[in-house]
Design a protein around this ligand. Structure first.
Ligand code: HEM
Length: 393
């Protein structure tokens, strides 16, 4: 049986050409086989939409929790993101309920006002660095607003979060591991302070705190760890998504022109922008039993990496997948994942991105690149280290 097909495509998520534009190499991988073994990453790469959905949907066969395969996990990492059903269910449902208790239209309105005031200041500048001056503060304020906490100073927080994000590629670069551990400790201390603060907690965390008070210690720990994922994961992903969206809009000035004429398209267009160039490149699972993906045999215990970015450009799932189609419908892309580990913040993220685009439409300005942008050297998250932009009336 052919378990490890050797093909001509070499995939290095951190090489310059792939960081600049990963889609050509992902298309080659997709054409080659349903699963391609990557020696360096020691995993199967899954790139076809239908196979990706199957892996994400079948949590019995494809485990998120490594303990199911006898691999230990640090206690502090056990959150909604690592637990699989049935243990995941109470934590996920607690946060999901808390999210739906929030006044998200009001949050969208506040985010729109915040973005508008930042954009008004930026129209006065000949050029601005969009990640620092727009994406980071808008994302941080929105996520703190959702959770009901006071945001830390944005510059300090951005550094902590970037260090954590880069350490996710610790397997590719061991030097990132120790700084990542320190930054995670800072995050833990910050989130713990929200759980122990006196006074009446508000927002999503207020709801969560009120309902975990009587739960057992195991449940309380999962809750705290999940709050960390919500805050840091939510912030970093939202920041990256805003950067990618601004980059696409700067390359395609016609998009804002069309949306000014047809503002009803904005929510769908925002979703299409996430499909077209989303921030989360992929996720991993472990095969819980021997299984076939197409004609490829995957062994129990082997790692399987689902590449959302490849699935979202699969021509078998999307017509003209390499084009941005503002009114694409249906658009069941995997930018927010799928199944029991799908993004918990989807509805909030969609509202924040919509608020940002609405604020951009209000400026009546044309967004342009004002210098060479730099991608961050991260495999898991597609984001910018710097994105210089300018407005033209
Ligand atoms: C545009 C912005 C965002 C995108 C594209 C995005 C994307 C994703 C994706 C693809 C996953 C699934 C990963 C997997 O299957 O392993 C995920 C999980 C998650 N996201 Fe998001 N996310 C975004 C924003 C947010 C925000 C703002 C929050 C919090 C408010 C958030 C909270 C979470 C959580 C808690 C999980 C883990 C869910 C679980 O494993 O059960 N995300 N996100």
């Amino acid at each position: 049986m052919d378990t490890q097909p050797v093909g001509p495509v070499s995939y290095d998520p951190l090489d310059d050409a792939t960081l600049a534009d990963p889609y050509p190499v992902l298309a080659e991988l997709r054409a080659q086989a349903p699963a391609v073994w990557h020696n360096g990453m020691e995993c199967w790469l899954i790139t076809r939409y239908a196979d990706c959905v199957r892996v994400l949907r079948d949590h019995a066969l494809f485990a998120r929790d490594p303990r199911r395969l006898g691999v230990s996990v640090p206690e502090a990492s056990l959150s909604v993101q690592v637990l699989d059903p049935p243990r995941q269910a109470p934590v996920r449902s607690l946060f999901m309920t808390a999210l739906h208790q929030q006044d998200l239209p009001a949050l969208q309105q506040r985010t729109r006002q915040h973005a508008a005031s930042r954009l008004a200041a930026l129209t006065e500048q000949p050029s601005w660095e969009a990640m620092r001056e727009l994406a980071q503060p808008v994302a941080l304020d929105a996520i703190a607003d959702l959770l009901g906490v006071t945001p830390p100073p944005v510059d300090e927080w951005a550094q902590v979060s970037d260090t954590i994000m880069r350490s996710m590629d610790g397997g590719l670069d061991p030097d990132l591991v120790e700084p990542g551990r320190c930054a995670r400790q800072q995050l833990s201390d910050l989130v713990a302070s929200w759980f122990t603060s006196t006074g009446r907690p508000a927002g999503l965390l207020g709801h969560v705190r009120a309902r975990t008070a009587e739960a057992g210690p195991e449940h309380a720990a999962y809750t705290m760890h999940t709050a960390r994922v919500m805050f840091q994961g939510g912030y970093s992903t939202l920041t990256a998504a805003i950067g990618n969206l601004l980059d696409t809009l700067a390359r395609r000035p016609d998009v804002l022109t069309v949306l000014r004429e047809r503002p009803g398209l904005v929510p769908g267009a925002v979703d299409e922008l996430v499909r077209f160039d989303g921030p989360v490149q992929g996720t991993t699972r472990l095969a819980a039993a021997d299984v076939r993906i197409g004609d490829v045999a995957v062994r129990r215990g082997q790692k399987v990496t689902v590449l959302f970015a490849a699935a979202n450009r699969d021509p078998d799932a999307f017509t003209t997948p390499d084009q941005l189609v503002l009114d694409r419908s249906p658009n069941r892309h995997l930018g927010y994942g799928w199944g029991t580990h799908a993004c918990l913040g989807t509805v909030m993220a969609q509202r924040v991105l919509t608020a940002l685009v609405e604020a951009l439409l209000d400026t009546r300005q044309v967004l342009r690149s004002s210098g060479p942008a730099r991608r961050r050297r991260t495999a898991t998250m597609r984001t910018f280290a710097s994105l210089p932009l300018s407005f033209q009336p």
